[in-house]
Design a protein around this ligand. Structure first.
Ligand code: CUA
Length: 311
């Protein structure tokens, strides 16, 4: 993976914004170091120069040229920092008109991406290097925040509102997405990755992902989906309790619902729980699972059910 800047302070510079953001950061940093050194040196000098017994008469109480200097130079510097930062901020706020639009939905605790052709994916966005993308983002529940450190961009994702985030990746490889607004138990697991491809690899990916997988055996397909659809965020396969019931030993069990009713865990119950998760909520759990209606084919739903049966 080519990196154009290896730094111990920052993740790689993987978008068109990164260089400018880092340059401004370093400018403010070294400016602060310069003044810190100067001010500390002056303090040390004055302590020595005017210590008791060393004072030679009374110094001037007013010096116009000096006062103007220490007012005007910092003023010019803060205006420069403001203009530089404002220019960068405006550049990040407005996506170029040709940018490819991706719909992003944040919900506890996953990121859902919808491509222009309607195809959806959880936790993984595939893009092409050196092309602009505009994410149109909203939340289904609470405030989340979409942060890609290597792109040097971050934006809140707010229920009932639409916010946007654009980027042009400059580096091939996987970039990490974090949620940076505390949103509950699964906050730290609310991750996603942006996979940046070369144009050739992207074309290959599009071709492979537009045809449905009809060859992988069902339990194996389900196991893959358990990871790719981020089921693992809330459901364990080893019996441990997470946000949702564990998948271990789930099939064939009797579940007590919040309504007091008891239902057997069979194929139909699992299918309903995947597509209309809040129709039957198990006692002791919150109705927080998002629906997978429209995101899984019938064969994929069957795959998940067959996978759960093996646990
Ligand atoms: Cu979503 Cu924190």
């Amino acid at each position: 993976m080519p990196t154009n800047n290896d730094s111990i302070l920052f993740p790689p510079q993987a978008s068109t914004f990164a260089q400018d953001v880092d340059a401004l950061y370093y400018f403010i940093h070294y400016l602060s170091v310069f003044f810190w050194v100067g001010i500390v040196a002056a303090i040390v000098y004055f302590v020595w120069r005017y210590k008791r017994g060393h004072r030679e008469g009374v110094g001037p109480s007013h010096n116009l040229p000096m006062e103007l200097t220490w007012s005007i130079i910092p003023l010019i510097l803060v205006i420069a920092v403001f203009l530089w930062g404002f220019k960068g901020f405006m550049g990040m706020s407005r996506a170029p008109s040709g940018a490819e639009q991706i719909q992003v939905t944040g919900k506890k605790w996953l990121w859902n991406f919808e491509y222009p052709n309607g195809q959806q994916a959880i936790g993984e966005l595939h893009v092409e290097v050196n092309k602009p993308y505009k994410l149109i983002m909203t939340s289904e529940d609470v405030i989340h925040s979409f942060f890609v450190p290597s792109f040097r961009n971050k934006m809140d994702v707010v229920p009932g509102r639409i916010t946007t985030f654009w980027f042009e990746p400059t580096m091939v490889g996987e970039q990490q997405v974090f949620c940076t607004e505390y949103c509950g138990d699964g906050h730290s697991d609310m991750l996603a990755k942006i996979v940046v491809h070369t144009p050739e690899d992207y074309a290959k990916w599009v071709e492979e992902n537009q045809k449905e997988d009809t060859t992988t055996p069902l339990p194996e397909l389900g196991e893959k989906l358990y990871t790719s659809k981020a089921c693992f965020t809330c459901h364990s396969t080893d019996g441990s309790v997470k946000v949702g019931p564990t998948f271990q030993g789930l099939f064939g069990k009797q579940e007590q619902l919040t309504t007091g009713q008891t239902v057997p865990v069979d194929e139909e119950y699992l299918r309903e729980s995947i597509l209309q998760p809040n129709a039957k909520v198990v006692q002791g759990y919150q109705p927080v699972m998002p629906t997978y209606q429209g995101q899984l084919s019938d064969r994929e739903v069957s795959g998940l059910i067959e996978y759960i049966k093996t646990l």
